[in-house]
Design a protein around this ligand. Structure first.
Ligand SMILES: [Zn+2]
Length: 340
């Protein structure tokens, strides 16, 4: 059997043209020394064949072998994440404007806290958030803000989003999107036993990062580590940034400051660092605006008058960003980065 014939057998298995029995018969002509190696290839090339094995032990072994051989293949498809925080209010039309943008954008939606004003009550979720961003609820993965906690335990927030918001006791959780690992954290530190080194959230984060050694990682939470608008830098989340930095994470998204800020990659102390994490503040969901003056050196772009959505295209080894402004506004910001 030459290489072309061998490839034909494998392709036949994958495409379903060749039965497993027929493939084994044709491969039987292969010299014995090659057979074990080629059997491995056959197992890898027929990812669904394990289900057909009747013997339970052998079926388990087959599945284990598939995982070992990388089947099903790791997801490499490009994915989209759409993000903004500080969103809905019955006394503002900003959330209607940004929800209209979402109508035309596909992808998973990350809400960056302060989901609905003023207090995140069940009534405000149903009357002020649900009519705008609520129509995209099924593709939304939220993080809680301080206004969500104006209601005790952020009960309105957790009841509205259900399982998509994680455990109501913690509000932090993670998921995979394309080739990326995505982590939603809870920067309402007093509500979850702290955000410092050794606190439950930081320990969970380090364990989660260790369990998901992807080359591309993004995290989001409400209160920005770095900001120069209505709020300044916030050291409360420094240990979380450090854990992400240690794991080689790429991006952090936050809200709270009602404006848009993009930073160069930085370490946990705010020192510019090619191995560092790029922060975007995207408090542009619709509530209002806080002005920005005198940007610090690591700020690469900013705006304080356009509501909008940050659109992130997450590729297998990098990312592209675009700030999509509400209708009638022209500010935008685009660029690309690579994963560490
Ligand atoms: Zn806030």
């Amino acid at each position: 059997m030459d290489n072309a014939q061998f490839d034909d057998v494998i392709r036949g298995l994958v495409e379903g043209r060749t039965s497993r029995r027929d493939a084994i018969r044709r491969l039987a002509s292969v010299p014995l020394g090659l057979l074990s190696g080629q059997r491995l290839v056959v197992a890898a090339a027929a990812p669904n064949s394990c289900k057909k094995i009747k013997n339970k032990k052998r079926r388990k072994k087959c599945k284990k072998g598939q995982a070992h051989n990388g089947n099903p293949p790791a997801p490499t498809a490009t994915a989209t994440l759409l993000a903004a925080g500080d969103i809905a209010s019955c006394s503002s039309n900003g959330d209607e404007a940004t929800a209209a943008l979402l109508d035309g954008l596909s992808g998973t939606i990350a809400t960056l806290g302060d989901t609905v004003y003023e207090d995140g009550t069940a009534q405000q979720f149903s009357e002020c958030y649900n009519p705008s961003w609520g129509r995209h609820k099924s593709r939304t993965r939220p993080a809680p803000g301080n206004h969500d906690y104006h209601t005790n335990g952020a009960a309105g927030y957790f009841a509205y989003f259900g399982a998509a918001a994680g455990d109501p006791k913690t509000g932090y959780y993670s998921y995979d999107l394309g080739a990326w690992h995505i982590i939603a954290l809870n920067s309402n530190c007093d509500e979850v036993g702290g955000c410092g080194a050794g606190d439950p959230q930081e320990q969970w984060l380090r364990a989660d990062l260790a369990a998901h050694p992807t080359s591309c990682t993004l995290a989001y939470w409400h209160h920005p580590r770095f900001s120069f608008g209505n709020y300044g830098n916030d050291t409360a989340t420094k240990a979380l940034w450090q854990a992400l930095y240690d794991a080689g994470a790429e991006i952090v998204l936050s809200g709270h400051d009602h404006n848009y800020q993009r930073y160069a990659p930085q370490d946990a102390d705010g020192k510019r660092d090619a191995r560092g994490i790029r922060e975007f503040v995207v408090g542009t969901g619709g509530r209002g605006h806080y002005s920005l003056d005198n940007p610090p050196p690591n700020v690469e772009a900013y705006n304080d008058n356009a509501f909008g959505i940050l659109q992130l295209t997450l590729r297998a080894q990098g990312y592209d960003w675009t700030f999509v402004p509400e209708a009638g506004k022209s500010f935008t910001d685009t660029g690309s980065g690579t994963c560490h």
